[in-house]
Design a protein around this ligand. Sequence first.
Ligand SMILES: Cc1cc2nc3c(=O)[nH]c(=O)nc-3n(C[C@H](O)[C@H](O)[C@H](O)COP(=O)(O)O)c2cc1C
Length: 400
Amino acid sequence: MERSDFLKKTFMAAGGLATGSSLNAKIQPSIKSFANSQDPDIPLDVLNIFDLERLAKERLPVLAYDYYRSGAWDETTLKANRESFEKLKIHYKILVDVEKRDLSTTIFGQHIDFPILVAPTAFHKLAHPDGELATGRAALKAKTIMTLSSLSTTTIEEVAEATNKTFWFQLYINKQREYTRDLVARAESAGAKALVVTVDTPLWGRRERDVRNGFHLPPGLSAINLVKYQQDGIAKGQTGAGLGQSFSWVLDATLQWKDLEWLATITKLPIIIKGVCRVDDAIKATEHGIKGILVSNHGGRQMDSAPATIDVLPAIVDAVGNHATVLMDGGIRRGTDAMKALAQGAKAVLVGRPVLWGLAAGGQQGVEKALSMLREELDLGMALSGCRNLKELNRSLLQG
Ligand SMILES: Cc1cc2nc3c(=O)[nH]c(=O)nc-3n(C[C@H](O)[C@H](O)[C@H](O)COP(=O)(O)O)c2cc1C
């Protein structure tokens, strides 16, 4: 479908564009260019993720922009994720030969070109008609890993193909374990290389912007991989105030550690648990044989007032030692943010919103732009700090 038709059909009934409900002069050129079914180019003055977000805001309907940007309640954790990065300083080294640099690493057996992965985020077709396919192709091209959300608007099998089976699959464990078993088997046979199990969602956090906007999936979009499991007809094109009302059936508020042991019996894939913010939980995870710990507060969308992930990361890295691989997400908008997390001991970081801004701004090329800007900033930051490879990025850089 042409981009202009997609936007009209999908959103005109749902509150208009983010910069105003009427098509103002600033927006009209972008809408016009969507009519060529070609994505408009990302303008040359988009130099960083913040610029990309501004462009995405212009090109997105209010409903979608607010859904992507929002955090829970007062959004204090959303803000803290950024503020804590800004407070950390990098004590760069001088007079190191940094002409040759290597950002590559291997993670759960997968070699990647740089340690910035795509975090799982729901409903990519809200941003662009190519949805998760565009994201997956961009991640493949960048030689990194896309994590596909359970709440995707594209099938697992299509994303497997778009990513050449390099993707990870994010799982919400459902109350009906048979449905979870089926979904895991499907992801595994499609070629997923790891399972990222989200554990910070006994219930959905309350994102008040979505409640106010009456967030709902527009007609034609659905959480396509889950449709067959839905019991009460609410996965498809429904209305309702916020995600909580529409998708509560996806979650299981009774979930406990023993359920992860069960999960390990039904899959051969490495299990990464996502949403860890405490040292004691990280230790419990290793005691339960979990091999990957993703330090995350869901980008500030679940428990508001949770600490910034970069603040809890070092203690978790220390407690876990060699027992698990520690990853981190939340608030990464610059290569220097990634540097700080890697220096604190994360094996790699994931980005959520930056990818969505790229997707909304320009489909696959927009996601490529987001990933390449972050990669280039990380590379330059390492050079300017006297680091030639990821091993040399360590805590001494943050301490001086
Ligand atoms: C719009 C949106 C949708 C998300 N959907 C999911 C999801 O389906 N599953 C999940 O585990 N996390 C989800 N997350 C959380 C991200 O995986 C990630 O933890 C967070 O975005 C990282 O913060 P950042 O956006 O500041 O990079 C979502 C985040 C956003 C912003």
